[in-house]
Design a protein around this ligand. Structure first.
Ligand code: ZN
Length: 395
């Protein structure tokens, strides 16, 4: 008959030291003369001495061994080695088979589980939870009950270890944490040894890592808030959620304050334009940033042609003034060009706000010709830096 247990069963319900020694015996071919009779396996296991060993095909912990421990009815490595032989049928163990879970580990990678993987993951959790059973007495069953808790927690550790990080899994893990909490607080599970509590602590530490790797997982902690749980396992996670919310609140506050001050600035600038007031460096900077923000490709053009949009905007006031005055006087570029003995394109540069090519002596002569000296002097006073840069243009 085939054993009703499998390798995981043996691994998860045997202590690590005993399991590893049993693996050693099995791998070195020390399990010999295997036989089967009446639902029991038997063998001669070559330890310090050869021992006669038997284990049940239904429960590997039921059996006998002629070694010192076996004589005292304690599970020994020889029995476990025979049980491993029964489930492996002499085939070699893989590294994963031999790997003993040391708590829950995080693989640090993000990624969703597909539908089937998700089903398997949930099902494995549910199956493991069956081992986390209430203790109802009598007292002689207490140790077996604690063994079962340990097996359940070992199984959960193995299922959860190295699962990919995602909000989807975070939700499942939070639910698991709440289920464990209910089992211990109201479900009659006796966790006086702290086996379940230990697992819960690891689960919380894993979820903390989830939050660091993928902050969207923090939303999964919501069900842990606003309720008082008995053990306070959830506290580190609630704290993460609180801190995130506080940060978010501050960010929104800052954003709305920025928005208000932007709106105020916009209103000021629009008013300055309407009142034909001078645009200062700060305002010109603000306008330029807004335009570039709305038209990102513009930035490339600005850099490529080495344009100075801030100066252009601030000089615009002079361009407009010249244009308006020329129109009012009914003069053409040609007429002014002849009168001032300057090429027409130089005058056009001024009215096009061409701050890279305008030369100040021609500008001053044009201003003088139009009779705008007084107005222009006050613009100069407010825009000394722009005027200085214009002075550096080659004639
Ligand atoms: Zn033994």
């Amino acid at each position: 008959m085939l054993p009703t247990y499998d390798l995981n069963k043996i691994k998860f319900s045997t202590g690590e030291a005993t399991f590893k020694r049993a693996v050693g015996l099995y791998e070195c071919g020390k399990v010999t003369e295997i036989g089967q009779l009446g639902g029991y396996y038997s063998a001669l296991v070559l330890g310090a001495k050869p021992y006669r060993v038997s284990v049940s095909a239904r429960n590997y912990k039921q059996g006998h061994c002629t070694c010192y421990l076996g004589e005292k009815d304690t599970l020994c490595k020889h029995m476990v080695a025979l049980a491993i032989h029964a489930v492996m049928d002499g085939k070699p163990l893989s590294d994963k088979d031999k790997e003993f879970s040391h708590g829950i580990e995080c693989n640090g990678r993000c990624g969703m589980l597909n539908k089937e993987e998700l089903e398997v993951f949930k099902k494995s959790i549910t199956e493991s939870m069956r081992y986390i059973k209430p203790y109802r007495g009598p007292s002689r069953t207490w140790f077996a009950n604690q063994d079962s808790l340990q097996e359940g927690c070992n199984r959960l550790s193995a299922v959860i270890s190295n699962v990919q990080v995602s909000r989807q899994v975070a939700d499942i893990l939070v639910k698991l944490l709440l289920r464990l909490e209910r089992k211990v607080s109201r479900g009659g599970v006796d966790d006086s040894n702290g086996i379940v509590g230990g697992l819960a602590g690891e689960l919380v530490a894993l979820l903390e890592q989830f939050a660091r790797i993928d902050p969207t997982c923090i939303d999964a902690f919501e069900p842990l808030c606003g309720k008082e749980y008995c053990f306070g396992w959830e506290e580190p996670l609630v704290r993460i959620l609180d801190e995130r919310d506080a940060e978010e609140y501050n960010r929104q506050l800052e954003e709305s304050e920025n928005m208000r001050s932007n709106k105020k600035k916009e209103a000021e600038i629009i008013k300055a334009f309407k009142d034909k007031k001078f645009i200062d460096e700060d305002m010109a900077g603000f306008i330029t940033d807004k335009i570039v923000e709305a038209m990102p490709t513009l930035k490339g053009a600005i850099d490529k042609y080495n344009m100075n949009p801030k100066d252009m905007i601030r000089f615009q006031m002079v361009s407009e003034m010249c244009w308006a005055e020329r129109e009012r006087k009914g003069l053409t570029f040609k007429q002014i060009s002849v009168a001032l003995k300057v090429p027409q394109y130089k005058l056009k540069d001024i009215e096009k706000s061409g701050v890279k090519t305008i030369t100040v002596d021609i500008l001053e002569r044009y201003i003088n010709f139009l009779g705008l000296n007084e107005w222009f002097n006050s613009w100069k006073k407010n825009n000394t830096d722009v005027y200085e840069r214009l002075s550096k243009n080659k004639r």
